[in-house]
Design a protein around this ligand. Structure first.
Ligand SMILES: Nc1ncnc2c1ncn2[C@@H]1O[C@H](COP(=O)(O)OP(=O)(O)OP(=O)(O)O)[C@@H](O)[C@H]1O
Ligand SMILES: [Mg+2]
Length: 247
């Protein structure tokens, strides 16, 4: 479904991506791991066309996101939902308004329909009756779930998660991981996740790719990555790298 081919990107002479290639199959949870500053967030932004590569392609069902602009790019981007690092809600809006916002902006639904949809979505992530609260009035885990509901309300085909669990305690990490899988089962999306939750993330990933030194050093099943004989992958997966414990 997503085919990344020979992606190169430099910023001010600093080569971040040096020919990244990998493929994500429809319906899978594909996780990108790698140390801090290796270009994981930059890579996700290429998938959305928010950053254009110096060279290379990002095919989503044959459309090259790296090559299209304007209307065509917006149309391609509408297939995606994304939870960015920090997962920000609008602080000045209630939880309900946060979830209703994309429906108001991007659809022609009537107010009553939007209300039903947003409330149904909040119920699915366990936030029934919480819609009237502001982000500052709910816990970190609830904020994550509200941000997730805001993504799901648009029923995206592909969801990108950039470190969705940063700053959460282990119990909440587990609940966000279960939400990602639950969403895949119930909405049928394809997920690309950037995570430093090792080893927990292996439990919910179909395949894992390690981004290192500007390339996908290794792509494989969680078992293959855990049992890798590449010394850099082994070191990272065992948590001996600084990248595994960053915030
Ligand atoms: N818009 C930009 N302009 C200039 N440099 C950038 C830009 N975006 C990212 N970079 C640089 O690219 C490199 C990779 O950044 P990126 O945010 O992708 O790392 P990361 O792997 O996501 O790290 P972390 O795990 O800390 O989130 C960094 O050196 C960063 O400073
Ligand atoms: Mg990042």
């Amino acid at each position: 479904m997503i085919d990344v081919v020979g992606l190169h990107k430099s910023f001010n002479g600093q080569e971040v991506l040096k020919g990244v290639g990998f493929r994500v199959e429809k319906g899978e949870v594909f996780t990108v791991i790698g140390g801090s500053g290796q270009g994981k967030s930059v890579l996700l932004k290429h998938l959305l066309g928010l950053i254009k590569p110096d060279k290379g392609h990002v095919y989503v069902d044959g459309t090259d996101i790296a090559a299209v602009t304007g209307e065509e790019l917006y149309k391609a981007r509408d297939r995606f939902g994304y939870l960015f690092q920090g997962g920000a809600l609008f602080d000045s809006m209630t939880i309900f308004d946060n979830v209703a916002f994309p429906l108001q902006e991007k659809t022609k639904m009537k107010a009553a329909e939007i209300k039903d949809r947003a409330e149904a979505e909040l119920a699915k992530v366990g936030l029934s009756g919480m819609g009237h609260k502001f982000p500052a009035e709910v816990s970190g885990g609830m904020k994550k779930r509200a941000a997730f509901a805001r993504v799901l309300v648009m029923n995206p085909e592909i969801v990108l998660f950039d470190e969705p669990t940063t700053g959460l305690d282990p119990v909440l990490v587990d609940s966000v991981h279960r939400l990602i899988v639950w969403g895949r089962e119930n909405y049928g999306y394809t997920a690309v996740v950037v995570s430093h939750e090792i080893p927990e993330i292996f439990d919910i990933s179909d395949r894992v790719g390690m981004l290192d030194g500007g390339v996908m050093l290794q792509v494989g099943t969680p078992g293959e990555i855990k049992g890798s004989d590449n010394p850099r992958v082994r070191r990272f997966v065992r948590g001996e790298s600084e990248g595994a414990a960053q915030f």
